[in-house]
Write a protein that binds this ligand. Structure first.
Ligand SMILES: NC(=O)c1ccc[n+]([C@@H]2O[C@H](COP(=O)([O-])OP(=O)(O)OC[C@H]3O[C@@H](n4cnc5c(N)ncnc54)[C@H](O)[C@@H]3O)[C@@H](O)[C@H]2O)c1
Ligand SMILES: [Zn+2]
Length: 821
């Protein structure tokens, strides 16, 4: 490589690495795996070594990757927080060991092996036994002061009472989100239709940088400690330090081990290669450190890493498998997510059947064709990822995958907003998962608060055609009769391509027989599932005889089923299922022609709705039998409970209704602001852009959302219907004091001139959001809002007392940010 080529490549690598560092540390996101990232960095280091004159002091090879964010106070570290050199190969580990021998001039040293925890580095400073500061690694020299957030982590000791505690010391460790917790949060996010978080590490770093500690407290972050620093701390070896901090109450992972040779280190690495998946957190390797502090000092440091420690990183496991198909999921906000269905393959201790594909760009980038063999990898992410296609195994003539252009749920043409990678279904009012999302929001606690309408019930009502918008909820009152017996779940049904509805064989046999439990039938069918359908039914008759359960009646009913199946042979297409029409014919055959039953079973999704369509009056005995075909059904208690909740919700105040109708970007607090300001939905609808922008916290985006909402005729129709039902679309005469809880428990003072508030307005505003306004500077304050021309003496006092100052803008973001979470 020529000097010129090297210079160009170095510039390119620098740009790329800086980009990934920014994503990783600033935005808690990744676009490439750690392995790919480390390869880029390695290439850069190699080039810089070859062409030393091209090494710049601000090269990413010379700096610790993180940076400082402006939302937090910046604090200088007393001892620099460094990176670790890392390697993915055993050879390089041995080379490291040889360098240690050379550096020390002898080989009587010990290694201390620890797992490399994949979280966020943190430094805690204690003075006189009290936690005084928690700071992120930042750029290694300076970091963000995140003390308030760290204090919410339960197993971090706020004060330490022990005899041997030095007056001042620092401990370092890794903050992480336990995998279980991560999965729980993601499940909740998914249920709300929000984008899930990519992996526990990103989730932990994102959480740690939140502005509102009360939200941080709800996420159960945890921490493992692995370093003690300070003057006169009374230990000379790392293992002693670990035991000491453990005795002071710091959480230490019990996975550490001492080793006297590099071979013992390699054993440790092998030992944990698979076992690490059983740990409660993600780990990405092993760190080995020289145990003795004097020896560490002898070895010293490079610009960004110690020479006495190194990380061995496990390379993400990869496996090859066949792509079977791609499913396109529609989220509750209309976002489309493609998911690859794979031939099952073993990977990192689990069986993988699905992998995420993110978006259309990703499919294009990978150049996936139908039925390709693909490589899947489990990196930092919980859901495995397709990393590449194996072109050698591509089937001749396999067409490339074309991204869908219409919504798989409702058929509407998909759109893609500028600058966004995802496609969306724009049919917010008619697309079933979006309708579900909107109705869930409408009935939620902080909106109309109808808790008797849970997700499963809403889904049942939508699927069976009883509601298709939130306005329909208030018409259910007139349909109570039809709701009786509505099926909650439709798991026992299957629909065949022609549209015909099938029901599971066990449900059918359960309804046709008497005195035999559902469990007995299931067990019998499972044991005999090697037999073809007709033989299985005959065997079942033999079984009924040996059970001696109502033999003539039960055997006779199974005979009916066999006969009916014979006469409708053309309908039998789904394994382990029988056509609903064929079963119903046995019960209803004398009352209605088969063709009508058949037609109805093509139109409807449940036995309940088929029967409503047929409009028959049936004797109780038959009704009881048919009921056994259904899954959980709506009973009178459930219905009256639902109706009561719906009726009561009409009392909800205007601001709740305004929040409930789901205008994009209107959160709970904004709804209150708008309701208070305009007083009625008409006034809001008529408001000019200028009038809207005058309100604190209303920006262009919100104005656009409001316009968009009122431009849709369906929304206007829904509002008209809700109004007719008596919902409140205007403010009542009453004192409005409580706006929200964003500042709950916070003690706040504002100083200097504020842009958005007059003196008494800010007091009201703080109180209305649950905070307490304090009139003088004291150490009890959580923070001070720093206005223009804040008095210097006040400022000095605040800084002395360690009370954080935040700008007015940050303060507003705090209140509004809370609203959005
Ligand atoms: N995929 C991407 O886009 C991307 C971007 C930037 C960085 N990265 C990855 O992140 C890593 C970041 O590098 P880095 O400079 O933060 O160093 P590092 O994470 O490789 O190593 C240093 C850090 O390890 C942590 N650590 C965990 N367990 C430890 C233990 N037992 N003892 C000591 N430290 C322990 C500490 O937080 C320490 O700060 C790189 O290896 C790279 O793979 C990836
Ligand atoms: Zn759709």
């Amino acid at each position: 490589m020529t000097h010129l080529e090297a210079a160009a490549r170095i510039a390119q690598l620098t740009k790329e690495i800086n980009h990934h560092n920014h994503l990783y540390y600033q935005e808690s996101r990744i676009e490439i795996s750690d392995f790919e990232f480390d390869r880029l960095l390695e290439e850069l280091v190699k080039l810089e070594r070859e062409f030393p004159d091209l090494l710049k002091s601000d090269s990413p090879s010379q700096r610790v990757g993180g940076t400082i964010t402006k939302e937090f106070q910046t604090v200088e570290h007393e001892y620099r927080m460094l990176s670790l050199g890392n390697t993915y190969t055993i050879e390089e580990l041995r080379a490291f060991d040889e360098r240690v021998v050379k550096g020390l001039g002898r080989s009587d040293y010990e290694y201390f092996c620890e797992m490399k925890f994949d979280g966020v580095a943190i430094s805690l400073v204690y003075e006189n036994g009290q936690l005084v500061r928690a700071v992120t690694r930042g750029d290694g020299n300076k970091g963000d002061d995140v003390t308030a957030n760290v204090k919410t982590i339960r197993n971090i000791p706020l004060s330490i009472k022990a005899a041997n505690v030095p007056t001042k010391f620092e401990v370092r460790g890794e903050i992480f989100l336990p995998i279980k917790e991560f999965e729980k949060i993601n499940a909740e996010k998914e249920a709300k239709g929000e984008a899930p978080m990519a992996n526990p590490r990103n989730a932990a770093s994102g959480t740690l940088k939140m502005q509102d500690s009360s939200v941080v407290a709800k996420r159960r972050l945890n921490c493992y400690f692995y370093q003690l620093l300070g003057e006169n701390i009374g230990v000379t070896k790392h293992d002693e330090a670990i035991h000491l901090i453990e005795s002071w109450g710091f959480n230490v992972s019990p996975t550490y081990k001492k080793a006297t040779t590099i071979d013992e280190v390699l054993d440790y690495i092998e030992d944990w290669r698979e076992k690490r998946y059983l740990l409660p957190l993600d780990t990405d390797g092993v760190v080995l450190k020289i145990n003795d502090y004097d020896q560490r000092e002898e070895l010293g440091f490079t610009a960004k890493t110690p020479r006495w420690a190194i990380a061995y990183k496990y390379k993400a496991e990869s496996a090859e498998t066949e792509l079977l198909s791609i499913t396109y999921q529609v989220g509750r906000t209309g976002a489309i997510t493609p998911v690859a269905n794979l031939a099952p393959v073993q990977l990192a201790g689990t069986t993988v059947k699905r992998a995420s594909l993110h978006n259309a760009n990703e499919i294009e980038r990978l150049d996936i064709h139908e039925r390709d063999f693909v490589y899947v990898e489990k990196g930092g992410e919980i859901i495995p990822k397709i990393t590449a296609v194996n072109p050698v195994r591509r089937k001749a003539g396999a067409p490339p995958i074309h991204y869908i252009t219409t919504c798989p749920e409702c058929g509407t043409g998909l759109v893609r907003k500028e600058g966004e990678a995802k496609h969306y279904c724009p049919n917010a009012v008619g697309c079933p998962p979006q309708v579900l999302g909107r109705i869930e929001h409408f009935v939620s606690k902080r909106a109309m608060d109808i808790d008797s309408l849970g997700t499963e019930r809403i889904r049942a009502l939508i699927d069976q055609g009883f509601i298709s918008s939130y306005a329909d909820i208030y018409d259910l009152d007139n349909k109570q009769q039809e709701l009786l017996g509505l099926e909650m779940s439709q798991d026992q049904y299957e629909r065949e391509v022609s549209g015909l509805l099938y029901i599971s064989l066990e449900k059918a046999l359960f309804a046709l027989t008497e005195g035999i439990s559902y469990k007995q039938i299931q067990d019998f069918l499972l044991e005999n599932n090697h037999l073809p359908l007709r033989d299985r039914l005959r065997a079942f008759q033999v079984q009924i005889r040996s059970w001696k359960k109502k033999v003539p009646a039960n055997v006779g009913m199974v005979d009916f089923l066999l006969q009916n199946l014979d006469s409708h042979q053309d309908l039998m297409k789904v394994e382990d299922y029988v056509p609903v029409a064929v079963v119903l014919e046995i019960f209803l055959g004398r009352r209605v022609e088969f063709d009508r039953i058949l037609e109805a079973s093509k139109k409807h999704g449940t036995v309940h709705t088929i029967l409503l369509d047929l409009q028959l009056t049936l004797p109780d005995e038959i009704n009881e039998r048919i009921k056994k075909l259904k899954a959980n059904t709506f009973q009178e208690g459930v219905i009256s409970n639902m109706m009561e909740g719906i009726f009561k919700s009409k009392e909800q105040h205007f601001e709740k209704v305004l929040f409930a109708i789901g205008i994009r970007n209107i959160g709970e607090n904004t709804a209150v602001l708008l309701a208070k300001h305009f007083g009625s939905i008409e006034k809001l609808q008529e408001a000019t852009t200028e009038e809207l922008l005058e309100i604190n916290g209303v920006g262009e985006t919100l104005v656009h959302s409001i316009r968009e909402f009122f431009a849709q005729p369906e929304n206007l129709e829904h509002i008209a219907r809700l109004k007719a039902q008596g919902l409140k679309f205007e403010m009542e005469e009453r004192e409005l004091t409580q706006l929200g809880n964003a500042l709950a428990g916070k003690r706040i003072l504002a100083s200097g001139k504020l842009q958005n508030f007059k003196r008494d307005e800010i007091v009201d505003f703080v109180q209305a959001h649950g905070g307490q306004y304090i009139s003088s500077v004291s150490k009890n304050l959580d923070f001070i809002i720093e206005g223009e021309e804040m008095g210097p003496s006040k400022k000095e006092k605040a800084q002395k007392l360690g009370v954080p100052l935040i700008s007015e803008e940050e303060f507003l973001r705090l209140v509004n940010g809370y609203e959005k979470t």
